[in-house]
Ligand binder design. Structure first.
Ligand code: UFG
Length: 330
């Protein structure tokens, strides 16, 4: 029988969708989440331990109780803008605490880590689509913290035999088809939840820049359904459990949508008009970020299944309805 998994940040957006996939697969796991940004209702109470990942005693106790072989590490702060204004917080939370976590885990017989990394590690790419050979030159403390942890894990693998894989997400979006989960950030800054809100409420959506070097002048991103991300994590966990050595991998749909294309898809999904307002460029936004996900296809047999524009918009609309049903103030 497989040993339980330790899931850090399992009450967060991507982590909770992965925990749901574990439930569906009948896998045993325990979540550690500080709830600083996570939502307790996203995880079954019996599976949730509220603690900081740098709390060495609690993590060691969890390891002794559950004997996890693999940890899936989602816990992190993930706002690019916030990381620019308060980098200290990002280095402390995303790097220092991750290192404390890994040191406790390796001292307690955990053999592998599946790590949430980001396309933000690439910065402004020279090529599109971006494959994993692209240079990693982050332009924000957020991207930098993810890159530092990737590198730390690579050295830990060589030096201590702690196996790991970094999964570089592009733009996560949508929500579970079956579980009462939804995208929840405070404040919400992401395009897809905001465009759905704009459609439902009739409030205008601000478009940050229309003079980029893209087909319609607005930024292009690769939007990936959060359940597709969860699938990739399941496959990565199995591979690491079997002791496979994996390269860092991009997780994206493999095509881009401009802000205006997202607006059109949201209008179609909601059958409502989205009023738009032109706004200046947002600091640090690259013109286009599109993944080549071929490596994840080759190494994990993974491919996005539900990340076509129609499916992600339906999933985002469903998530927004759930958020409103829960009277979530965010
Ligand atoms: N946008 C708008 N109006 C809005 C919100 C966003 O025009 O109200 C635009 C942005 O300028 C950007 C696109 O929509 O061009 C997508 O923006 P998001 O904020 O949804 O996502 P980002 O691309 O900024 O962020 C994502 C991930 C981060 C990651 C980053 C790397 O969410 O975790 O890409 O650049 F770090």
């Amino acid at each position: 029988m497989s040993r339980p998994l330790l899931v850090t940040g399992g009450a967060g957006y991507v982590g909770s969708h992965f925990a749901a996939a574990l439930e569906d697969a009948g896998r045993d796991y325990v979540v550690i989440d500080s709830l600083e940004r996570g939502n307790a209702s996203f995880v079954p109470t019996a599976k949730l331990v509220v603690a900081d990942i740098s709390d060495r005693n609690t993590v060691a106790d969890l390891c002794r109780e559950y004997r996890p072989k693999i940890a899936v590490h989602f816990a992190a702060f993930a706002y690019v803008g916030e990381s620019m204004s308060d980098p200290a917080r990002y280095y402390e939370n995303n790097v220092t605490k991750s290192q404390a976590l890994f040191d406790t885990l390796r001292a307690n017989d955990v053999e592998g880590i599946v790590f949430s990394s980001s396309c933000a590690t690439y910065g402004i790419p020279d090529i599109s689509p971006i494959d994993e050979s692209a240079p990693q030159r982050p332009i924000s403390p957020y991207g930098e913290t993810k890159l530092i942890v990737e590198r730390l894990l690579a050295y830990y693998r060589t030096a201590y035999g702690l196996n790991s894989v970094a999964l570089r997400y592009f733009n996560a979006c949508g929500s579970s088809a079956t579980r009462p989960l939804y995208e929840r950030h405070d404040p919400e800054t992401h395009l897809i939840p905001l465009v759905i809100r704009a459609a439902l409420d009739g409030t205008p959506l601000r478009i940050f820049g229309n003079d980029y070097d893209t087909a319609d002048g607005t930024c292009v991103r690769d939007y990936i359904h959060v359940d597709d991300l969860a699938d990739a994590h399941m496959l990565a966990v199995t591979a690491i459990e079997h002791g496979r050595e994996l390269p860092s991998m991009n997780l994206g749909a493999g095509f881009g949508m401009s802000v205006l294309e997202v607006v059109a898809a949201a209008q179609y999904a909601t059958q409502s008009r989205v009023a738009v307002e032109q706004a200046p460029r947002r600091r640090g936004d690259p013109a286009a970020l599109i993944a080549s996900a071929a490596l994840a296809g080759r190494c994990l047999g993974w491919k996005a299944q539900r990340s076509d524009p129609r499916s992600i918009m339906q999933a985002a609309l469903l998530g927004e309805r759930r958020r409103r049903d829960f009277a979530d103030p965010q």
